[in-house]
Design a protein. Structure first.
Length: 223
């Protein structure tokens, strides 16, 4: 497995790289978004560990660029601990958000958990609901013939709900079934992903007809 580490703090990058190599990963390091993008295109990493505060272009900019045509898992590293920063990172398509300073063992566990979920979060049977088609074999979701740009976890959540259309799932149940028991995320993560999915599959995200909120319970997909 190949990891790309993008951070402009040399000591931190070296420390993370050393630990990840000890965990068995092949690592590549960049100290800017520009260098990171060049490495990303050349080595095609399995996961990106990405700082937010970078010179010239931010980690947010890098994430936006990647998410235009790739579902490569991304874990943000940041000293920004406020909820709005974590929400922004998740809305941009990050799979996890780690606050500095952090424990290296926890970071390694999160990397493995994200990779494990990314590799095994879907079944093999395509689902079609009206003009929406979700095919885990190609990892593509199509709406009225147009491909949707979804992160791995957005795709997994949409597929799970559509495959179980009509059933209501609590946030805890969705965290368990989509993110996994070992996920380092909370219920707010589900809300963020639902809101983003509504923005791309609903005619009116404020009056959803597919991803329905069941007040006091959770969410369901309405076929």
């Amino acid at each position: 497995m190949k990891l790309l580490i993008i951070d402009d703090e040399p000591t931190l990058s070296e420390t993370v790289e050393t630990r990840m190599r000890r965990e068995g990963f092949t690592t590549f390091v960049a100290d800017s978004a520009e260098e990171g993008m060049r490495l990303y295109r050349r080595v095609k990493p399995d996961l990106v560990i990405l700082d937010i505060m970078l010179p010239q272009r931010s980690g947010y900019d890098f994430c936006r660029a990647i998410r235009k045509d790739s579902n490569t898992p991304i874990i943000f590293l940041s000293a920004r601990s406020e909820e709005r920063d974590r929400v922004k990172g998740l809305e941009l398509g990050a799979d996890d958000y780690v606050i500095k300073p952090f424990n290296l063992s926890e970071l390694a566990a999160r990397v493995k958990a994200v990779l494990r979920r990314s590799a095994g979060d879907t079944a093999s049977e395509a689902v079609e609901k009206g003009d929406l088609k979700i095919d885990p074999r190609t990892h593509e979701a199509m709406l009225a013939g147009s491909k949707l740009n979804l992160s791995p976890k957005e795709f997994a959540l949409l597929y799970f709900l559509a495959r179980n259309a009509g059933q209501v799932f609590s946030r805890d149940a969705l965290l368990d079934r989509v993110w996994g028991k070992d996920a380092f995320v909370n219920e707010r993560t589900v809300d963020v992903h639902i809101r983003w999915l509504r923005s791309v599959i609903e005619t009116d995200p404020h009056e959803p007809s597919r991803l329905i909120t069941i007040r006091g319970v959770g969410y369901k997909f309405e076929a």
